[in-house]
Design a protein around this ligand. Structure first.
Ligand SMILES: Cc1cc2nc3c(=O)[nH]c(=O)nc-3n(C[C@H](O)[C@H](O)[C@H](O)COP(=O)(O)O)c2cc1C
Length: 346
């Protein structure tokens, strides 16, 4: 029997392995308290409702995303600074992702420059963008990512930036976590350089100039999903940025269903935030997601035990997904239906 992973020992090992400022950065939320797991608890509010008499003999967890096939509906969400976990940073993450058959989104604020990262990649990857106030810098980053082989862009739009930076971001970062591989004369960066004011026209401009599919990340309402798609986005990522941007923000588990209903199959919907088990993954699929992203667990695993530990976590999570699908009576990801989830107590 596949049991739900207990992340507590991994978290403790990760905390012991990285400098305190890196740990504060990983766990930080806009709430200013260590409740990065509120979204994880929200998934538990959705009960699974299985089908029987399905005659299932095999389980296929694979999904197609952006034209490529992946073994798992779990993807690696963009997170900054994998170099704080290991010198080889994002190069180890993409190696583990490739071996687990998962898509990785490379963060603009990665520790390893995109060219070096791409040279080590053996499976498809997407590149996340923080638009810079200096649009020439953004154009340069887009071109570098496209030249390096990114298959798509993830445009992060939930950026209060200097208007309302959370306290864990205002603290000066020191040591490895401060190193950003794309910062520099042409790389762009963080803080005041990052654009925080967006309209649909900005989405349309990035779509037009990038030459690749652009996914809009940070969507929390049906209206914004439609506006992003109308502006040309290839899909949306429902996300509250790991609770890092807005204190008191709604958990993604509570808004996903409404957004997927509004999008109504027009484009794929991804979701990230608090996904910690195979049950959470199938809850998200049943609520309308095409795939899910995980953020902090990747950092914990990489910090605690490098590529081998990360691979073990990714494999275990996908085994949980397969077990949850088997229990639900869904042989393929597309067979996970809305009726297979219901709000607890309703
Ligand atoms: C340490 C850390 C760094 C992050 N860096 C980025 C980033 O560079 N770009 C981005 O779009 N989102 C970033 N995020 C947000 C993640 O993409 C994702 O939305 C979030 O981590 C998902 O929640 P989870 O950590 O509960 O799985 C970051 C999150 C964390 C925890």
């Amino acid at each position: 029997m596949v049991r739900r992973m207990d992340f507590a020992p991994l978290r403790a090992a990760a905390q012991a392995a990285v400098p305190p400022d890196a740990w504060a950065f990983f766990q930080g939320t806009a709430d200013g308290r260590a409740d990065s797991e509120r979204d994880a608890r929200a998934w538990d509010q959705w009960d699974l409702v299985p089908r029987i008499l399905t005659g299932l003999t095999t389980i296929d967890t694979s999904v197609e995303l952006g034209g490529a096939r992946f073994a798992s509906p779990v993807t690696i969400a963009a997170t900054a600074g994998h170099g704080a976990c290991h010198d080889e940073g994002e190069c180890l993450t993409i190696a583990a992702a490739a071996n687990a058959g998962m898509l990785m989104t490379y963060s603009h604020n990665a520790s390893i420059a995109v060219e070096r990262f791409a040279a080590s990649a053996t499976s498809p990857w997407w590149a996340q963008i923080y638009v810079q106030r200096d649009r020439a810098v953004t154009a340069d980053y887009l071109a570098r990512c496209a030249d390096a082989g990114a298959a798509a862009f993830v445009l992060t739009l939930d950026v209060p930036g200097t208007l309302a930076d959370a306290s864990f971001r205002r603290a000066p970062l020191v040591g490895p976590v401060a190193v950003r591989g794309n910062v520099g004369p042409t790389g762009g960066g963080a803080g005041a350089a990052v654009e925080s004011c967006f309209t649909p026209d900005d989405v349309a401009a990035i779509v037009e100039s990038s030459g690749l599919p652009v996914w809009a990340k940070g969507v929390m309402t049906p209206e914004d999903a439609i506006r992003a798609l109308d502006a040309g986005a290839a899909g949306v990522v429902v996300s509250n940025h790991g609770r890092r941007q807005l204190s008191g923000v709604a958990p993604v588990a509570d808004v996903l269903g409404g957004i997927a209903d509004a999008v109504a199959g027009r484009a794929p919907v991804l979701v990230d935030g608090g996904i910690r088990s195979g049950a959470d993954v199938v809850r998200a699929l049943a609520l309308g997601a095409a795939a899910v992203g995980i953020g902090r667990p990747v950092l914990w695993a990489l910090a605690a035990g490098g590529q081998a530990q990360l691979e073990a976590v990714l494999q275990a999570l996908n085994e949980e997904v397969a077990a949850a699908m088997a229990g639900l009576g869904a042989g393929r990801v597309a067979d996970v239906m809305p009726g297979m989830v219901r709000r607890a107590g309703v």
